[in-house]
Design a binder for this molecule. Structure first.
Ligand code: KIV
Ligand code: ZN
Length: 388
């Protein structure tokens, strides 16, 4: 049995912090149920102290789901932690997730605290949370811009105080994959009690590196990935759940680990989110974008018709999509057009296919994409000469 990488989904907390992605209570519950079907290990349901609405939705989600763990986020202060526990405690498996900044810039300018004071606060917060539950996560906010030896001390302190998950966020998406790999390895090698906790990572996408940084950290020993569906989140977003999972699944040689994710639910989950927040999945989005399995060029179309593996590293069916798509355009070759004709249910001889091929090329020069309806109209009009 290979090692497990836990998938911690924060679509309903960090994801909801994405402009335009606010969800009402019913929508959050629908999304939480979909996340449970998808097989995530932990749902971060919200930030209970943030507002009465957030508190109520965290509690409603905690009530609505089954065995999946439900986390609430809280700052490292007693009133936040108490409020968080009030909201999550009705879950079958509640988690308190408390955070505190550890980078010099955050400690000085945001918290107005010395590193020594931050250590005391982290210790007190985790001890307070651990009175409620053994399932306590501590996040060292802005960890990737923190002093590494200070991070070792903070991690040791939080674990000694009772944290069972330590999260190392790249809060501002600043780190680079090789550097983040070294940081996680440094913690694995230098934190004296590291075996008593799961090391987690939480990467933002400001430089487009959130997924790469998450994967680098997993290779260095992190065993929890904090992600969001379609990568929604603050600013440029968070590491996309579907990309992290499919990168690991597709490259088992690099990531010999298991997750609890049912990959067939990846596309339905992204689609559900997109319907709820009213934002389409971008065309070029890896794994789930409309173009992710669409082949337009003649060479590629010819290849996938002969053998899909020529240009597809995973099947669309494996992530819950209907199938790949031959897109007819000016780059399409005769094999693709023949295939499209078959898919549309027609049977043409070579001469008829030649007529259709020329008609498609002529239309494709005038129109960006030739849709199935266009091909069908050309078959009727140019091949069968019917105008009705
Ligand atoms: O980005 C971040 O640092 C966070 C923490 C609160 C986990 O979202
Ligand atoms: Zn975040």
């Amino acid at each position: 049995m290979s090692e497990r990488v836990y998938i911690f989904d924060t679509t309903l907390r960090d994801g909801e912090q994405s402009p335009g992605a606010t969800m009402n209570l019913d929508e959050k519950i629908r999304m939480a149920r979909q996340l449970e079907t998808l097989g995530v290990d932990i749902i971060e349901a919200g930030f209970p102290i943030a507002s009465q609405g957030d508190f109520e939705s965290v509690r409603a989600i905690a009530n609505a789901v089954g065995d999946v763990q439900v986390a609430g986020l809280c700052r490292s202060v007693v009133k936040d932690i108490d409020r968080c526990w009030e909201a999550v405690k009705v879950a079958k498996n509640p988690r308190i997730h408390t955070f505190l900044a550890t980078s010099p810039i955050h400690m000085e300018h945001k918290l107005g605290k010395t590193p020594e004071q931050v250590l005391v606060m982290a210790d007190a917060a985790v001890r307070h949370a651990a009175q409620y539950t053994t399932n306590v996560e501590f996040s060292a906010e802005d960890a990737s811009r923190s002093d590494w030896d200070f991070l070792v001390k903070v991690t040791e302190t939080a674990i000694s105080a009772g944290a069972t998950t330590i999260n190392i966020p790249d809060t501002v998406g600043y780190t680079q994959p090789h550097e983040f790999h070294e940081l996680i390895k440094y913690l694995m090698d230098n934190v004296s009690n590291v075996d008593k906790a799961v090391i987690s990572v939480h990467c933002h996408n400001d430089l487009g590196l959130a997924v790469a940084n998450t994967l680098a950290a997993i290779r260095a020993g992190a065993r929890q990935a904090e992600v969001t569906v379609s990568g929604i989140g603050e600013r440029a977003g968070n590491a996309a759940l579907e990309e992290v999972v499919m990168a690991m699944n597709t490259r088992k040689d690099q990531y010999p680990y298991e997750t609890g994710i049912n990959t067939h639910e990846l596309f339905p989950s992204c689609r559900r989110l997109s319907q709820i927040i009213g934002q389409p999945i971008p065309p070029y989005k890896a794994i789930v974008g409309p173009n992710a399995f669409a082949h337009e060029s003649g060479v590629h179309q010819d290849g996938v018709i002969k053998n899909r593996l020529t240009y597809e590293i995973m099947t669309p069916e494996s992530i819950g999509r209907a199938g790949n798509e031959i897109v007819i355009g000016k780059h399409s070759g005769s094999h693709a057009i023949r295939k499209k004709v078959e898919q549309l249910g027609y049977s043409l001889d070579d001469a008829q296919l030649g007529v259709l091929f020329n008609a498609v090329k002529e239309l494709a020069d005038k129109k960006e994409q030739v849709f199935d309806e266009d091909v069908e109209a050309l078959i009727l009009e140019k091949v069968f000469r019917r105008r009705d």
